[in-house]
Design a protein around this ligand. Structure first.
Ligand code: VG1
Ligand code: CO
Length: 543
């Protein structure tokens, strides 16, 4: 095995988005493309040298090839030990946990999350740092700058690691340890939840339908729900991970997980319905004929988490991303704990978690997690719900109704306009940004604008500032409209419009979400002028 320095020319586009670098597979297959990006990480983050590096992915097409490349480069860049999931598999939260457990210098998660996979699909890489969190913007900017000047990368020639064989292999002077992708994660879950109680819940005939959407959570669901908790095998749907995710779009929401949603609204519904995404960090929660919005799920878990074994000490605080509905704020207020509002993207929670300012956090994009890891965690959220159901003896619907009665209800929806031209998307943003100063005090139907601004965030722990994090129009506690551009797409620009309406009167708690939000849709068109500027009559996706 010879150490080689290979001459390479920079690519101009290796700037990470909301969560890692995502591109079409064909882009990653260009000569030296992945190598340049990885070398930029090795050059910029000195902590990797002489330390442990965790590597895994969601199993999508190109995963194994990319992992062999990453291992060979790690050996050439002075990494001491690589810990890699068997078969190249690790869910994003499991990888984050392994980084923490092994005190690794960092980790590569090869995934484009829920973006479609396969030869014509997307590929991506999330870089997580020591401590398990996603690289900060400051770090990814440095990596990007470096990638624009790179002239060579280092690799070890002739490396091939048998990813199926558990145990330690040697590559040059580096050890490669192939580990079961579920073991450590499952052990962690056992410290957080009351497995006996959940097992009893299943024994009493309660049922679960979990849709792994042919993505990474299949093996995790099999081990935890079926093998350890005793759920019948038919509790799992699409549990075998496939390189192309079965041609689907593993994004657990009302559109892309429609088969599960239909099932949960039929006579064949289970007590709990749930799904996760490509890399296992998202979750969707459903009861019989009931959809729990991610913002509600966060609020309901916030209200109940202290009843579960791993959280008996109580919650130090909570956080939600800015566009996420303010349901959790109500609970935090009642509990007397702080509630932080951060920009979109899990990386903004890491400092708050490390500083123990928060125990629980979540995003409207079907992400929820706690301080047990530094990523959002789909399977964790399902276990948390199972435990809450088993502990309270309530159904999902009953739990939701009780919650709304006590705290009021936030009706919520997100409208996505996909594949817009960059100029049209920018025009929507600029036109709204230009009108923000005139909005406060203006009336729209029953609503009056109390504030309108561009969201920026100063991290209370390290003082770093993130600007340009979305435009918001606030109508006191009653409603909000938020607009921002997605940072995870690989084709054109995606505009996201988020609508939130709060009701606390008992008669207003049981409305259909689309009915409740209809007046806001009309207001949004007047204020944001999406249809007028984009020429689109309707959003591409409503979740
Ligand atoms: C989206 C979501 C955001 C989430 C991110 C990564 O980003 O809105 O909440 O953290 O995806 O999720 P954007 O910039 O497209 O809105 V995942 O499951 O890809 O790791
Ligand atoms: Co994901």
């Amino acid at each position: 095995m010879a150490l080689r320095e290979i001459a390479s020319k920079p690519y101009p586009d290796q700037k990470a988005g909301t969560a890692g670098l995502r591109k079409k597979v064909a882009v990653f297959q260009q000569p030296h493309y992945l190598e340049n990006f990885l070398q930029s990480i090795f050059d910029v983050d000195a902590r990797l040298k002489g330390s442990t590096l965790v590597i895994g992915g969601d199993g999508r097409y190109h995963n194994r090839t990319a992992i062999q490349t990453a291992i060979a480069m790690a050996a050439a860049n002075g990494v001491q030990r690589v810990v890699v999931g068997q078969g190249g598999i690790l869910s994003t939260p499991a990888a984050s946990h392994l980084i923490r457990l092994r005190k690794a210098g960092g980790g590569f998660v090869l995934t484009a999350s829920h973006n479609p996979a396969g030869e014509d699909g997307d590929f991506g890489i999330k870089y997580n740092v020591a401590g398990g969190g996603q690289a900060t913007e400051t770090l990814t900017d440095k990596i990007y700058e470096h990638s624009r000047q790179i002239t060579r990368y280092k690799t070890l020639e002739g490396v091939y690691v048998d990813l199926e064989r558990r145990g330690v292999q040697t590559v040059g002077g580096m050890e490669v340890e192939v580990v079961d992708c579920v073991d450590d994660y499952a052990a962690l879950m056992q410290t957080l939840f009351d497995f006996d109680r959940i097992r009893d819940w299943f024994k009493r005939g309660h049922s679960l339908r979990f849709d792994a959407m042919h993505a990474v959570t299949g093996p995790y669901a099999q081990r935890l729900f079926v093998d350890m908790l005793g759920a019948p095998a038919n509790s799992l749907l699409n549990a075998s991970p496939l390189e192309d995710f079965g041609g689907g779009h593993p994004d657990p929401n009302l559109i892309y997980a429609k088969p599960l949603v239909d099932l949960m609204y039929s006579d064949a519904a289970a007590d709990l319905g749930a799904a996760s995404d490509g890399d296992g960090d998202r979750n969707m929660i459903l009861g019989r004929g009931t959809f729990i919005s991610p913002g509600d799920s966060l609020a309901m878990l916030c209200a109940h988490l202290h009843e579960l074994p791993g959280y008996k000490r109580g919650l130090s605080g909570v956080a939600r991303s800015m566009p996420t509905c303010r349901a959790v704020d109500q609970v935090a207020k009642a509990m007397g704990i702080p509630c932080y509002e951060t920009p979109t993207g899990w990386k903004f929670f890491a400092n708050l978690l490390d500083a123990r300012r928060i125990t629980l956090c979540g995003e409207e994009s079907f992400g929820t997690s706690s301080d047990h890891t530094r990523e959002k965690d789909g399977v964790w959220a399902v276990l948390a719900w199972l435990n809450v159901l088993a502990a309270t003896h309530l159904s999902v619907r009953e739990l939701a109704e009780r919650h709304w009665k006590r705290y009021g209800r936030h009706y919520y929806v997100r409208h996505d306009y996909d594949e817009l031209s960059a100029s049209v998307a920018t025009q929507v943003m600029q036109s709204l940004a230009g009108s923000l100063v005139d909005l406060p005090g203006k009336h729209f139907g029953d609503y009056t604008v109390s504030a309108a601004d561009e969201f920026s965030y100063q991290d209370p722990v390290d003082g770093s500032v993130a600007v340009n994090q979305g435009l918001r129009v606030v109508f006191g506690d009653a409603a909000r409209l938020i607009v921002r551009l997605s940072g995870t797409g690989t084709k054109g620009a995606t505009l996201r419009l988020y609508l939130e309406r709060y009701e606390s009167q008992e008669a207003a708690l049981g409305w259909k979400t689309s009915d409740a939000l209809a007046p806001l849709v009309g207001m949004a068109e007047k204020i944001v002028r999406t249809a007028e500027i984009t020429g689109r009559r309707a959003p591409s996706v409503i979740t």
